[in-house]
Each structure stands twice: as C-alpha cells, then as structure tokens.
Design a protein around this ligand. Structure first.
Ligand SMILES: O=P(O)(O)OC[C@H]1O[C@H](OP(=O)(O)OP(=O)(O)O)[C@H](O)[C@@H]1O
Ligand SMILES: O=c1[nH]c(=O)c2nc[nH]c2[nH]1
Ligand SMILES: [Mg+2]
Length: 168
C-alpha cells in the first residue's frame, strides 16, 4: 500500500448533479467529435461513459479495467483488462477518434497508463484535480488536490446531525 494523506475536504455528488455534469461534458465533447467508440475506464468511468455515449449517439463501448484505490488508499496500479484489438483498430492503432471516459483524474496515474496505450485518443473526465489535469483534454469541474470526491454509487442516505450538535 502506498502512503497517502487522508483528504481534508469532502465533495459529495448526488445522482442529479452527476447526471447534469455528464450532460455538460457531453455538450463540450459534441464540439470535438465525432468519435468511433467510447472506452470507459472501469469501474468509475462506466456511468459517465453510458451517459456520454447516449448523448453523442455512440454505440461501440469498450472498457479498460484498472484498479488503484482501495477506498481512500492508493495501491499499486493494476491493469486487469486492456482495450480490445477491435477498438484499437477503430482508432487506427493510436486512438484517433476514440473517446476515453473516466469519472475523475486525481494524480493522473490511471490516465497516464491509458494514454500510453492509445496516445491520440481524446480523454474526458467529469472532475479533475490539479495534478492530473494536464493529462485530460476535456473536464467539467476542478476540485483541489486535498478534496475527496464522493460519487453517488458510493453513498447512502443517512441522518445528518444538526449544526448545533456539533456537525461540521
Ligand atoms: O488519477 P489517479 O490517481 O490514477 O486516480 C483516478 C482513478 O481512481 C479511481 O479509480 P479506482 O482505482 O479507485 O477504481 P474504480 O474506478 O473501480 O473505483 C477513479 O475512478 C479514477 O479511475
Ligand atoms: O471516489 C473517489 N474519489 C476521489 O476523489 C478519488 N481520487 C482517486 N480515486 C478516487 N475515488
Ligand atoms: Mg477508476
């Protein structure tokens, strides 16, 4: 396990907000395409990839399966499944006209690995932190490096204590 400081700030995202941000991302990407295929970086990229592909009318969806975080803790990055040969061919070998989608870029380690596979692909994430931002072509919202983004699929409805009882 790689030593990692627990982020100071929390940025929780609701399903509504996430859908709105994915639609905003699709608007931006619509000016850049057309794309022959979408490559989702699993698992976090699956939900935004579905929304973006729907908005842009792309029917070919592939995955590259990468794991590096165990909840808040960064571990060694593992590529569990690569991009299929058919998709790489669609992108002319270098990724031209392919759209890579992930939920966020943090340190940029995940994006760097995927970029090395298809360097000419267009990289899009919904959220970006400063360290990873240079690796992404299009994103919607930037948060500070010491912020942890909580996605709706990782959250549950729960009681929030009143401010006067000591809630932050
Ligand atoms: O820029 P980085 O520092 O590489 O971090 C960003 C990556 O970390 C998260 O994935 P994670 O490895 O947690 O797997 P998951 O998508 O299955 O949740 C997130 O979905 C990005 O893919
Ligand atoms: O849910 C998540 N939120 C984050 O801010 C983050 N950074 C890397 N991996 C992450 N996963
Ligand atoms: Mg991920």
């Amino acid at each position: 396990m790689i030593a990692h400081k627990t982020p100071d700030k929390a940025f929780p995202v609701s399903w509504d907000q996430f859908h709105r941000d994915c639609r905003a991302l699709s608007w931006r990407l619509n000016e850049t395409g057309p794309f022959h295929a979408v490559v989702a970086i699993t698992r976090g990229g699956l939900v935004p990839a579905a929304i973006v592909a729907r908005e842009l009318g792309v029917r070919v969806i592939d995955t590259v399966c990468i794991a590096s975080y165990d909840h808040l803790h960064k571990s060694e990055l593992k590529v569990l499944k690569g991009i299929s040969d058919m998709t790489v061919k669609l992108g002319g070998g270098s990724g031209r006209n392919l759209l890579v989608v992930d939920d966020l870029v943090d340190t940029g380690a995940t994006a760097r690995v995927v970029r090395s596979m298809i360097p000419d692909a267009h990289f899009a994430t919904v959220y970006a932190k400063p360290l990873g931002k240079p690796l992404v072509d299009t994103f919607i919202t930037e948060v500070s490096q010491d912020t942890w983004i909580y996605f709706p699929w990782d959250l549950d409805l729960a009681f929030a204590p009143p401010l006067r009882d000591g809630a932050a």
